[in-house]
Design a protein around this ligand. Structure first.
Ligand code: KG4
Ligand code: ZN
Length: 344
């Protein structure tokens, strides 16, 4: 079964072809980051217009790379939500229209389910069950994953998402949007433990997170510096922010593994690309005897491959494909609505 995947929920247009037997055949991605950087954040209207421009050339590229024709496609998967309404509409309208023309069904996919399952695209995929730490620009959640569509929410952020805190703190340190990856580069030049920032909710006893206080702590640190921020200060502050973030994510993940009696952790979403987070989790995993799985770096941030994969796995696990032609987007959509096992 050959599934075409289309991602357009935010500022990346991603297209991919996933074959149920052969795995990922090809994928193509266009990131709008440079366009939005000028405005300091994603401009929804510009995002939608750009998806329209990119989607056909990216589809052509994906087909050529895989050596396949549109007629070979058995089903069209696309991101139904959550995300920006206009951006989602582009992917949805394109996918539904294409599927009508091809006389094939569609599979509307939950974006976070795509992230959650993306480590299954790697050469060393995890087996179920596992604990998933989903850390993206919009979400921070710990989940118990028993299988496709079998999710139990263990904890989540009460305010800012981890990626959002990275981006906002980056902005406070004068970095362009999105600051996450740049802040992490800057942190590599910083000295450890020069500043001690709070570790929010570390001892809350549950598996929830809160990052808005950490961002405020960066703001206070910046204000104490006065007019000009030296390069040395910025690097040390970035390091302090990242140390606090990594410690909280590590400790909560360890607690989730212990509480669930599991020895497999899956880290997905954009913040999962963070080097310090990866090296800390890896050395802790060695010490404590558990495994950590990540998506390939290309598939940490938004992409079409995870949508094609999630669509294919949904079909294989018995979710019926939809008749093409109905427009169905869901900009706000809790992942637990996709689960057979809804625990708060
Ligand atoms: O998963 P993603 O592409 O988009 C959402 O679905 O939200 O994640 C994007 C987020 C951004 O906040 C970005 O700053 C962050 O992931 N990010 C990073 C790194 N690379 C991307 N944060 C920390 N360190 C990185 N290396
Ligand atoms: Zn995402």
């Amino acid at each position: 079964m050959l599934v075409l995947g289309i991602e357009s929920s935010c500022d990346e247009t991603g297209i991919a072809l996933y074959d149920s037997a052969a795995g990922l055949l090809s994928h193509a991605l266009y990131s709008q980051v440079a366009m939005h950087a000028e405005y300091g954040g994603v401009v929804p209207e510009l995002a939608s217009r750009d998806h329209i421009r990119r989607v056909v050339p990216l589809l052509r590229e994906t087909l050529i790379k895989a050596g396949r024709k549109l007629d070979d496609v058995d089903a069209v998967a696309y991101t139904r939500g959550p995300g920006l309404a206009g951006a989602l509409l582009v992917g949805c309208a394109f996918a539904e229209a294409l599927a009508v023309a091809l006389d094939k069904p569609t599979i509307p996919v939950h974006h976070l389910e795509g992230h959650l399952l993306s480590p299954l695209l790697s050469s060393d995929p995890p087996t179920f069950p596992f604990v998933a730490l989903l850390v993206s620009g919009g979400h921070t959640q710990l989940m118990r994953v028993e299988g496709v569509g079998r999710y139990e929410m263990l904890g989540e952020t009460l305010d800012d998402a981890a990626g959002e805190a990275f981006d906002k703190s980056g902005k406070l340190l004068g970095l362009p949007y999105p600051g996450g990856a740049l802040l992490s580069k800057l942190a590599e030049q910083g000295r450890p433990e020069v500043y001690m920032l709070p570790r929010p909710m570390l001892h809350s006893g549950d598996l929830n997170f809160s990052f808005s206080g950490l961002k405020t702590a960066v703001l206070m640190l910046v204000r104490e510096q006065g007019e000009t921020l030296t390069a040395e200060f910025k690097a040390n502050a970035a390091r302090a922010f990242q140390e606090a973030m990594v410690e909280v994510l590590l400790k909560k993940s360890l607690k989730a593994l212990k509480q669930n009696g599991l020895k497999r952790l899956v880290v997905a979403g954009g913040v999962g690309a963070n080097k310090q987070l990866r090296s800390t989790l890896n050395s802790e995993a060695k010490r404590k005897g558990f495994r950590v799985h990540y998506p390939e770096l290309d598939f940490c941030t938004d992409n079409g491959a995870m949508i094609a994969l999630a669509g294919c796995l949904r079909l294989q696990s018995g979710t019926p494909a939809k008749e093409a032609g109905q427009f169905a987007i869901q900009p706000r959509w809790p992942l637990m609505e996709m689960s057979d096992q809804r625990t708060a």
